[in-house]
Design a protein around this ligand. Structure first.
Ligand SMILES: [Zn+2]
Length: 315
């Protein structure tokens, strides 16, 4: 192990899900657990039948585990697999000095790419790409609203949206994060100043955004939906703030709006974002890199929402 990215999954494995709501696979806490989904390192040893993968290779782990045989796998939609699991969530992961992964899930990292960059990419950038590009069909010149833009998925959606040639509105909390969003090329909207942020979106756009990416859920859904122009698409991948929003469905169908699920992505989404990062065409936002021995501080700052982008740990 050379670097591992921290995700909500790691927090929930330790503390239980927010509000005690069961989140698969953690219907209850099962400690001790070794989590760590976003993993980069060097191959120490290979088992039989591992093909061209050899000891000494610098690699990142594709966290998608699937059966490879069902109709969804055969159609290239691995994250729809009936046996879909995530490395480090359903299996022991990378918050360790060594980990074990299927050879087929390893992807070589070019020598110019840092382990920290590679480890900041898999979960959040794959999910953001799936949301914004594959499912949200964002095009150059369109407007994208990113809710929770300082989070892992949010910051990834921001840079993916900018790379797609869109104008990106980044919903963040407080002036410091607003300034950071601006430096990344987005138009910040401070949710502290604009709790009804759809009104601000309407001031800044003609009739709302084409795509809204909302990984937060219940607290932001009503305003995210209202931020969409007629025919606009809201893409969702999680419910970090709660899973039961109070909405008026007429606001959806009367304006031809769509709500689309995009949790994680398929192998093509993963390979696409890794390729972009390897070529320097997409840069994941890294808040800080800490030694693995400071994992307590990493969890603390993550839960206190002090970060903007990924928190990466180095064993
Ligand atoms: Zn399958």
């Amino acid at each position: 192990m050379r670097a591992v990215g921290l995700n909500n999954l790691d927090i929930w494995a330790r503390s239980g899900p927010p509000g005690g709501r069961p989140v698969y696979p953690w219907t209850e806490r099962r400690l001790p657990a070794v989590t760590g989904v976003d993993v980069a390192g060097v191959v120490e040893q290979v088992g039989p039948g591992t093909g061209e993968m050899a000891a000494g290779e610098r690699v990142v782990i594709n966290p998608i585990l699937c059966c490879g045989r069902c109709e969804f796998c055969l159609a290239g939609e691995q994250s729809m697999c009936r046996e879909y699991r995530i490395f480090g969530e359903h299996t022991p992961g990378g918050m360790a000095e060594f980990t074990v992964a299927p050879a087929g899930n390893l992807m070589k990292i070019p020598s110019a790419v840092a382990f920290e960059q590679a480890a900041a990419t898999p979960v959040c950038c794959t999910t953001a790409w799936r949301m914004v590009v594959t499912t949200g069909r964002l095009r150059a010149g369109e407007d994208l609203l990113v809710v929770g833009a300082s989070g892992g998925v949010g910051s990834a959606a921001l840079v993916v949206g900018r790379r797609a040639g869109a104008r990106v509105f980044a919903l963040v909390g407080g002036p410091e994060k607003a300034a950071k969003a601006e430096r990344l090329g987005a138009v910040p909207i401070d949710r502290v100043r604009y709790p009804r942020f759809s009104e601000r979106v309407r001031e800044l756009t003609a009739s709302g955004v084409h795509v809204a990416a909302d990984p937060v859920g219940a607290p932001t859904w009503p305003e995210s939906i209202r931020s969409l122009r007629p025919g606009g698409r809201m893409v969702i991948c999680g419910a970090t703030g709660g899973e039961r929003p109070s909405i008026d469905i007429r606001e959806i169908y009367q304006r031809h709006r769509q709500i689309l699920g995009a949790p994680m992505g398929n192998l093509t989404d993963f390979q696409t974002v890794m390729g972009l990062v390897f070529r320097g065409e997409l840069t994941p936002v890294i808040h800080t890199v800490l030694p693995l021995s400071e994992i307590r501080e990493a969890h603390r700052l993550f839960e206190a929402r002090e970060h903007f982008g990924k928190v990466v740990l180095v064993p």
